[in-house]
Design a protein around this ligand. Structure first.
Ligand code: AMP
Ligand code: MG
Length: 423
């Protein structure tokens, strides 16, 4: 094993804390380039490549926030009732074309353009109307109320959405509200995936003695797809130098990222390290975490200056997913040009005591639910073995016990990542 300098990307193996690993990865990566234009209908989940700047004022004109009567607010006098004469009804989309005189008002619908000179709307329920006479008692309304001003939501020329935004439904709606039919987005990140191990068998085949079905490729592909990225499925790779080399060559040609599982722990054949060492600058870390200690990360260099980033996840199915969420998720978003938002973390009370020793980060599978008093409570899902995928599937959250944290008493507060936040 090589002695390591301070460069966390240097090849070799070292012990490293979760936060240190995260910071090293973040510091090494820069977004891939490129721009494509997509129709709004295809834009959800895509990464905005440029700011969306509003070409119009929103709202585009002063308009009524209520169904009521619009009038000139300067006619209001403290302590005095106001009597007005309604001369027209103004609907949304049909601006009033007439002229108004002192003491006159118009009946107005929500969203309708405020007639010139009128700045206040009294809601129907706050006044009394009798024929064309409208009576306002003193103090029911102040000048300027219930009018939406032109440009108050968004002024023309202002950025409504910023580059790096992963577009959500409301963002797509916002872009449409500004008149855009399409937006400029980053190309989808291409993520090559393969599994390693002579014992690993593709689903759909009979399971030979000693075999185990390949779950990682499917779970990881699903996680990558949820991030809006393209999966390049390179299948299963035998524990063999040539097979690994050929697969990595292909991954380098076809993808921005290579996500592997298995074959990175200390006991694995040295050729994995040989092959990776020749192809780039991959570091093998022993991360102080459970599950998921072995982890490899670094650049692979291909012909013509091509570069892909390798994330070598542990083979154990739960460890593979946990390390994906702990390290790869944010890194892939960063490569995709997104401004990564941290996974939302919730505080919940632990239903039972949890044993934990300081000096490593632990991710335990849990089920979060409402306690009798209405607060959030989490209980662990039985066996926390790194190979027990069933309990990962049963869980709806990961309890994250920090590096320096010790055991948690029953009722103690713990940090949790809700799976539904892990999009
Ligand atoms: P490794 O990291 O290659 O030593 O694998 C650790 C454990 O995970 C072993 O029990 C493997 O059989 C298992 N494993 C490795 N790859 C996969 C996979 N793709 N799907 C399910 N289990 C796997
Ligand atoms: Mg293996």
């Amino acid at each position: 094993m090589t002695e390591l300098g301070p460069n966390p990307l240097a090849a070799g193996e070292r012990n490293i804390a979760v936060d240190e690993a995260r910071a090293a990865i973040r510091g090494a990566l820069a977004p891939i380039g490129g721009i494509e234009t997509v129709a709004l209908r295809d834009a959800v989940g895509r990464v905005l490549a440029a700011d969306v700047v509003s070409p119009i004022d929103v709202p585009a004109h002063d308009n009524s926030a209520m169904d009521g009567y619009a009038f000139d607010g300067s006619a209001l006098q403290a302590g005095t009732a106001l009597s007005l004469r309604s001369v027209a009804t103004v609907f949304a989309g049909a601006p009033f074309a007439g002229t108004l005189h002192e003491g006159e008002c118009v009946r107005i619908m929500t969203g309708a353009v405020m007639p010139p000179g009128l700045d206040t709307v009294v809601p129907l329920e706050l006044c009394r109307a009798d024929g064309d006479r409208v009576q306002l008692e003193p103090g029911v309304i102040k000048p300027g109320e219930n009018r939406r001003r032109r440009g108050e939501d968004l002024a023309r020329g202002k950025a409504a959405l910023h580059a790096g935004r992963v577009l959500r439904p409301a963002d797509v709606g916002l872009a449409a509200s500004l008149g855009f039919e399409q937006v400029a987005v980053r190309p989808r990140l291409r993520v090559a995936l393969f599994s390693t191990g002579d014992e690993v068998v593709a689903p759909g085949r009979p399971l030979p003695p000693g075999g185990i079905y390949d779950s990682n490729r499917f779970a990881l592909a699903a996680a990558v797809q949820r991030l809006g990225m393209t999966v390049v499925d390179l299948g299963l790779v035998r524990d063999d130098r040539e097979a690994l080399q050929a697969t990595l060559d292909r991954a380098l040609r076809e993808a921005d990222v290579v996500l592997t599982s298995g074959g990175v722990s200390a006991g694995d054949a040295d050729y994995t390290r040989d092959v990776l060492a020749r192809m780039g600058e991959v570091a093998f870390w022993k991360v102080a975490m459970r599950p998921g200690r072995p982890f490899a990360f670094g650049p692979l260099n291909g012909p013509g200056g091509r570069r892909s980033w390798l994330f070598g996840l542990p083979g154990n199915p739960v460890a593979a997913l946990v390390t994906f969420y702990a390290f790869a998720r944010e890194a892939l978003l960063q490569l995709a040009g997104a401004t990564p938002e941290p996974v939302p973390m919730l505080q919940a009370r632990s239903a039972a005591a949890i044993r934990k020793r300081p000096g490593r980060t632990e991710f335990q599978r849990g089920i979060v639910g409402r306690a009798a008093d209405g607060g959030w409570e989490v209980r662990l899902t039985g066996s926390q073995g790194a190979g027990v995928l069933r309990s990962m599937s049963e869980a709806n959250a990961l309890v994250v016990l920090g590096h320096d944290q010790g055991s948690v008493p029953q009722g103690g507060m713990v940090d949790v990542w809700l799976f539904d936040g892990l999009l």
